[in-house]
Design a protein around this ligand. Structure first.
Ligand code: ADP
Ligand code: MG
Length: 139
């Protein structure tokens, strides 16, 4: 699954998330990097649906974290965009969330530097005209 992908629309971003989910084997920690609107949450929607949850994935921009119980493990979807400093990450009880059955998908990980577990994958998204370029690397 490592590589660089040209993703021309929302449906393809969703599909890329679905394929990526097939390579995941809990426990995993995935950093999702890219500007606002780059497609991080869309990608997560694909991952969560492929793991077998029918829940609607909503952006955790205000709640900071949302959880989905799936056949592939418990998915914790974090969005750290609104945190002021990495101390706030401590309040998310990440250590308790990092059991053997968990998959952490973290938007804006750079805001939680020092307080986050190390990633097993990095997914980085850049704007391209049209669509996006998505890099997937195993750490
Ligand atoms: P982020 O979580 O990175 O802020 P979102 O996943 O919420 O971004 O996507 C923001 C907007 O961009 C949404 O309207 C989504 O449908 C759209 N989008 C996502 N991926 C693509 C893509 N590959 N090409 C064009 N638009 C996309
Ligand atoms: Mg988002």
């Amino acid at each position: 699954m490592e590589g660089e992908y040209q993703v021309s629309d929302v449906d393809q971003m969703w599909a890329l998330g679905r394929s990526f989910a097939e390579t995941l084997q809990a426990p995993e920690v995935v950093y999702l990097e890219g500007d606002l609107g780059a497609g991080k949450t869309t990608f997560v929607q694909g991952v969560v649906s492929a793991l077998g949850s029918e829940a609607a994935v909503v952006s955790p921009t205000y709640t900071l974290v949302e959880e989905y119980v799936t056949a592939g493990g418990c998915v914790h979807h974090l969005d750290l965009y609104r945190i002021q400093n990495s101390d706030e990450v401590e309040g998310l009880a990440l250590r308790d969330r990092c059991d053997n059955d968990s998959i952490l998908l973290i938007e804006w990980p750079e805001r939680g530097i020092g307080a986050l577990p190390f990633p097993s994958w990095k997914v980085s998204m850049r704007y391209r005209d049209p669509g996006r370029t998505v890099g997937v690397t195993r750490r």
